[in-house]
Design a protein around this ligand. Structure first.
Ligand code: BGC
Length: 372
């Protein structure tokens, strides 16, 4: 063994191994305020609570045994949404009268930590977070037989359901807050998953046949001629968020050939060799890096398909992206798809988000599955 290798070995042995699970819990706790999780406090644009991020952070915390933290998030979300019943009524009334809707008529995608709707301009009209929250709430209620939470959340569930039932076919921003004028299968799958899951415990709350109609719409319109799901209607490229269609939202089973073709195409087109997953090929946000939380999603699929080693390898790659103090970023810049866009974003908003609580949340999900 060469001297340098020996020194490296001694160093590794002397440095206490950072417990990334524990660190993730600490980082998430430090970003939780009265139930709300801030997406990333140190990043200029992310000091808000998104239903999408929040639900997954709560799911990860629950999986890691941090049940009170997860419950507090769901209570916060239920309380926050129930404040906006009038807003939903107003929107539905305008629709009934055939009036044009304004961007501010929709419910937002992110909230101030105290539940207010922020003033800053943002691509707010996104629907997937609402489906995601319904899905996550019911998972929690079921896992803990928490019927007190369910009772408390029912008004918010009813309002969310009415909102989604009225708007699911509308073009909206996708989960990456882009492509306002398109219809996104990943968004539809989140809506489907949320409504179907609520239906399983409270069928009277879901308009009869609605989940079936959404499923039918996706199967009819969102499959490319080559047989995989497409990024948005009319665009046959893939996007990593399409992984959500089966896991967790079960619009199709994991072994559905169209879903398997989608996973294969994602691995082929937007998985950086021996690295992580990109969002989609033309991504330019911070130069289009590899996203930790998406890489963990692919690991999750491998795990569910019984491919444990590939799952472990992806999780190990994610672990290797953590900073020395255990912080996990949103994305890493080692192999950018569009490097010329990196610096302009840094100039605009500062260095990209880290620690991103959603990355940590997904890490906790995977670690709870891949127990050593
Ligand atoms: C992502 C969203 C996410 C938000 C907060 C955005 O850049 O596109 O999916 O909800 O950051 O983490």
């Amino acid at each position: 063994m060469r001297r340098s290798e020996l020194l490296l070995l001694i160093n590794t042995l002397e440095t206490p191994m950072l417990d990334l699970q524990q660190r993730s819990i600490e980082i998430i706790r430090a970003g939780q305020f009265d139930g709300a999780y801030a997406a990333c406090l140190s990043f200029s644009q992310y000091g808000y609570c998104w239903l999408r991020d929040g639900t997954w952070i709560a799911y990860g915390m629950d999986a890691a045994g941090q049940i009170e933290s997860a419950r507090a998030f769901h209570q916060w979300a239920a309380h926050t949404l129930s404040r906006y019943g009038d807003k939903v009524d107003h929107l539905l009334e305008k629709m009934r009268r055939g009036e044009a809707l304004d961007e501010r008529d929709y419910l937002p995608t992110r909230f101030e930590l105290d539940g207010r709707i922020g003033e800053a301009d943002w691509p707010e009209f996104q629907l997937d977070g609402y489906g995601t929250w319904l899905w996550g709430l019911v998972q929690f209620v079921r896992a803990h037989d928490d019927f007190a939470l369910w009772q408390a959340a029912r008004p918010a569930v009813a309002l969310t359901t009415r909102y989604l039932a009225a708007l699911w076919q509308f073009p909206s921003y996708d989960c990456w807050e882009e492509f306002r004028h398109q219809i996104h299968p990943a968004t539809l799958s989140a809506i489907y998953g949320g409504l179907r899951t609520v239906e399983s415990i409270a069928p009277e709350m879901i308009p009869s046949g609605l989940p079936d109609a959404i499923q039918h719409f996706v199967m009819e319109k969102a499959i490319a001629p080559e047989g995989h799901f497409m990024k948005f209607l009319g665009n046959p490229a893939v996007d990593s968020s399409l992984l959500w269609i089966a896991l967790p939202y079960q619009l199709v089973p994991l072994n559905d050939p169209r879903y398997q073709a989608t996973v294969a195409k994602i691995e082929q087109d937007i998985h950086c060799p021996s690295g992580g997953l990109y969002r989609y090929r033309d991504d330019t946000y911070y130069g289009g890096g590899e996203w930790l939380l998406l890489t963990l999603w692919l690991a999750w699929i491998h795990y569910e398909m019984g491919r444990i080693n590939p799952a472990r390898e992806l999780v190990a790659w994610v672990e290797a992206q953590a900073s020395p103090s255990g912080e996990m970023p949103e994305q890493v810049a080692g192999h950018l798809l569009a490097p010329e866009y990196h610096d302009p974003w840094v100039k605009r908003w500062g260095t990209s988000a880290s620690p991103l609580l959603w990355s940590h949340g997904m890490y906790l999900v995977l670690k709870s599955l891949l127990k050593d």
